[in-house]
Design a protein around this ligand. Structure first.
Ligand code: BTN
Length: 283
């Protein structure tokens, strides 16, 4: 059974919000203990700290505002207070080998997309490796951060920033960012989205725990936005242009270039000619 118990974090510098009703039951999977903040530096940073202290998997931090939200590639993740859903989940996926941990990112993107479809009745698409798109623009970013001791995974923190009720974005983000509100002209209850995503992630996690990594990658591919399209992949200073052929069960992307097929385990993809799709982030 998945239970949600809610309590105060007891941290001196962060103020917890009044807790909503406790004891929500999400069915099966992870047991979630939810720590709520009106403002925090970063829910990912906070949970990495709790991970160090031995807190159990399923510990969750959610905030109305982050003052130092982290994005991929060391970027900042900005979110207008109260408009976004900003949360992180502490995981200890001991059932995965080190080279399988990547799948948590894909599983998280998939869970967000499936939950948005159920709760918000939208049709999200997925962009390698872990962006969720609506109308071709980024609506949710996902960041996985890990803490290893030698070869042993001590903790893994999965963070997600979902643009919910933003009526607009700054000029530099307009082309590449969207919110659920902008995509539907409807306002959404962040709490309902939050429980929908946690429920769906719990189900995906159960699938992974049962060893069915393949079905998660298959479902991810079914929602992928870019197969067959000409893309530009940036990795550090290197840029590769080609046709996005496949995303493998190992999470690699295959790009068909003029020099032949190339595979990548990391990088950032944008549709060729369109600037990199980074939403909510500032360099
Ligand atoms: C990306 O760059 O696309 C990933 C962005 C992830 C942002 C979320 S917001 C909640 C959690 N806490 C953080 O500091 N970052 C993640």
């Amino acid at each position: 059974m998945t239970n949600v118990s809610l309590f105060f974090p007891g941290a001196s510098t962060e103020r917890a919000l009044l807790c909503p009703p406790s004891g929500l039951n999400f069915g099966i999977g992870l047991n979630y203990d939810i720590y709520r903040f009106d403002r925090i530096d970063s829910t990912n940073r906070y949970l990495l700290g709790l991970g160090e202290k031995g807190f159990p998997e399923g510990t969750v931090a959610v905030a109305d505002e982050q003052t130092a939200g982290r994005g991929r590639f060391g970027r900042r993740w900005e979110g207008e207070p109260l408009s976004s859903l900003l949360f992180s989940v502490l995981l200890r996926p001991v059932f995965l080998k080190r080279d399988e941990i990547f799948i948590i990112t894909f599983g998280a993107g998939l869970a967000v997309a499936e939950a948005l479809e159920k709760v918000a009745r939208v049709k999200p698409e997925l962009k390698w490796p872990n962006d969720v798109l609506l109308d071709g623009k980024k609506v949710c970013g996902i960041l996985l951060e890990s803490n290893f001791e030698g070869d042993n995974l001590k903790s893994l923190v999965l963070g997600a920033g979902l643009n919910v009720n933003q009526p607009d974005f700054p000029a530099e983000l307009k082309e590449k960012a969207t919110s659920l509100f902008l995509a539907t002209q409807r306002k959404f209850d962040r709490e309902e989205l939050f429980s929908g995503i946690l429920t769906q992630f719990s189900l995906v996690y159960e699938t992974l725990k049962a060893g069915d990594l393949y079905s998660v990658m298959r479902r991810w591919r079914e929602r992928s936005a870019m197969f067959g399209k000409t893309v530009e992949l940036s990795i550090g200073d290197r840029k590769v242009r080609g046709i996005l052929d496949q995303v493998t069960d190992e999470g690699e992307v295959l790009v068909r270039t003029s020099e032949g097929a190339q595979r990548f385990t990391a990088g950032e993809i944008s549709l060729s000619g369109i600037p990199s799709n980074e939403t909510g982030e500032k360099k």
